[in-house]
Design a protein around this ligand. Structure first.
Ligand code: FAD
Ligand code: NAI
Length: 507
């Protein structure tokens, strides 16, 4: 009984502690302290983008050392790993968005934010041109912003490989607007299929959901969609349920090519158990408003052309270079051989450009285009820039002390010792090691409350899949959410969907 009483007391105290801490974080979040305006003579650091790379940089940067200017057409950070859950309403989209203004307001030194798209960078004049693409237009919609230091973190756009019809007829899954479009279209297909007098053939087409690309985005979306159907649509619209089908099309011999063989097999078996149709070695060649035309490579080496009718088509075939990055690659001679983004050196400096760095999906540093890489690169640049500012301040102090000593007749031992200490500190600060990516592992949700994980474990690798991995997946992503607010909203969304089901009303 005594042990039980102790366990009870400890549980009580830890719940109380957690609630107290959450209340403190919420209060702190709502009441940020005074911000100081950085000295205008300091260097202007312009950061393009508000994605994983740029926000990690902002989070770790001592903004009081620079005049920081952030430019992005998106005035929020998006937690992409939970984006597939927004397509079915499991998570509401605002739960995974964090306004950039709120991020900046919590920095010690004030920073400027402009909601605009950078269209070109003149690395000789050190200015960027930005355009306000929002619906509301002011007297000025194009302007130039000068910089002393520039960080390009604009991410990537969707790859279509020039396949006809993709841009016009399919939905992508990269931004909040894409997830909203998909959520609306799923219900549109369901309601249209359920309309009285609909032909059998048309019902089957409308209920056929096709996903192109068997990378993590395609697999996670297919899993979420099948869950949506099993847990909600089937119960609420039973009439059309026998026709609901998800097909995942992949050009390579298997899905999730970046995961280990064991997890690829586990994923494919789980997806088949969930009744998701997997078509591998199938390359989509053309898309129309209601069909996908694909070429299947057969085991005997021959090819077969198939036409697949669809109601919803989601295109998830990876990344392509954004126009602004293409423009920079064309202007900087040292970038002429780059194809997939801005080539950077081991300090993430854009090769061939002065005072320009690139991070995340738009940079080619030899790593995969993932949030993990982008965020580590952003944190690295913050350390580098903090050190550069410290170096400048230490050099200034050494210079001042040395001048003072030169003016005096006799040097004091104290001042000489002070210089020695400062020089030691300066050597330490200047010694910044090049960027090295530390891979923490890969995680992917595969539907029916199962996930796969390839994680670093001691000195080796641990490949695991199933329901326990799903709990790990949930807790890992919950802990990685940007803010306490995001974390609380995501938990509430999960609970709400579990208790009441997903909201299937079409906005
Ligand atoms: P982004 O996060 O894409 O941000 C780019 C920013 O630049 C945006 O704010 C954009 O508005 C802005 N921008 C664009 N053009 C301009 C311009 N011209 N001027 C100024 N600003 C501009 N990775 C993982 O590691 N784990 C995961 O679980 C995972 N899940 C994912 C799920 C989905 C659905 C998707 C699509 C991706 C996922 N990723 C995941 C990949 C990850 O999201 C990207 O690698 C990551 O977002 C790259 O970060 P970034 O900062 O380079 O670009
Ligand atoms: P991807 O590049 O990983 O996969 C795209 C897939 O589409 C490839 O397997 C390719 O073979 C296939 N494909 C290309 N053209 C095709 C065609 N015409 N027909 C059929 N198949 C075709 O792209 P994805 O999934 O969008 O991911 C982009 C990046 O984001 C990757 O680096 C990925 O690791 C990361 N990401 C990570 C996640 C995670 O860790 N859980 C989740 C989502 C994305």
């Amino acid at each position: 009984r005594r042990t039980f009483r102790w366990i009870w007391r400890l549980t009580y105290l830890s719940v109380l502690g957690t609630l107290g801490y959450t209340a403190y974080v919420i209060y702190d979040d709502r009441n940020p302290g005074e911000q100081f305006i950085p000295d205008p003579s300091k260097k202007t650091l312009v950061i393009l983008g508000t994605g994983w790379g740029s926000v990690a940089l902002l989070k770790n940067l001592d903004t009081e050392n620079y005049n920081v200017v952030v430019v992005s057409p998106r005035n929020y950070f998006l937690f992409t790993p939970l984006l597939p859950s927004c397509t079915t309403g499991l998570i509401e989209h605002r739960s995974i968005m964090e306004p950039v203004r709120s991020i900046l307001r919590h920095k010690k030194g004030a920073a400027n934010y402009y909601e605009a798209e950078a269209t070109s960078v003149d690395t000789d004049r050190k200015v960027i041109t930005v355009v306000d693409n929002s619906d509301i237009k002011g007297a000025t919609s194009t302007t130039e912003i000068p910089y002393d230091m520039l960080v390009v973190g604009v991410g990537a756009e969707n790859a279509t490989f020039g396949i006809p019809g993709v841009r016009e007829h399919s939905c992508f899954l990269k931004e909040i607007g894409d997830a909203q479009r998909i959520r609306k279209k799923i219900m549109d297909c369901v309601e249209t299929a359920a309309l009285r007098g609909q032909s059998e053939e048309e019902m089957s087409r409308l209920m056929h959901m096709v996903v192109v690309g068997g990378g993590p985005t395609g697999v996670e979306f297919a899993g979420e969609l099948q869950d949506f159907f099993e847990e909600d649509i089937k119960k609420l619209v039973p009439g059309i349920s026998p026709r609901f089908k998800v097909t995942l099309i992949e050009a390579l011999p298997n899905v999730l090519p970046s995961f280990s063989k064991q997890l690829i097999d586990y994923t494919e078996n789980t997806l088949r158990e969930e009744k998701i149709d997997i078509m591998t070695k199938t390359m989509v060649k053309k898309v129309t408003d209601d069909t996908v035309e694909a070429e299947i490579s057969k085991p005997d080496g021959t090819k077969e052309r198939v036409v697949i009718p669809y109601g919803l088509l989601v295109w998830a075939t990876g990344n392509a270079v954004r126009p602004i990055v293409k423009d920079m690659m064309a202007r900087i001679p040292a970038q002429k051989d780059s194809r997939r983004g801005l080539a950077v050196n081991e300090y993430l400096v854009v090769q061939g450009a002065r005072d320009v760095w690139a991070i995340g999906d738009c940079a080619v540093a030899g790593y995969a285009p993932t949030a993990q890489v982008a965020s580590q690169e952003g944190s690295f640049l913050a350390r580098l820039f903090n050190n550069m500012a410290k170096t400048e301040s230490l050099e200034g102090r050494i210079h001042d002390l040395s001048s003072k000593m030169n003016l005096k007749a006799g040097n004091s031992a104290d001042e000489a010792h002070q210089i020695e200490l400062l020089e030691k500190q300066l050597r330490r600060v200047k010694d910044v090691k090049p960027f090295r990516y530390s891979h923490q592992g890969s995680l992917a949700y595969i539907g029916s409350e199962k996930a796969v994980a390839d994680v670093s474990w001691w000195n080796g690798n641990l490949a695991t899949g199933g329901s326990m991995t799903y709990l790990f997946w949930r807790s890992a992503y919950l802990s990685m959410c940007f803010s306490t607010r995001n974390r609380v909203l995501v938990i509430l969304d999960w609970l709400k969907s579990k208790a009441f089901g997903r909201d299937i009303s079409r906005e």
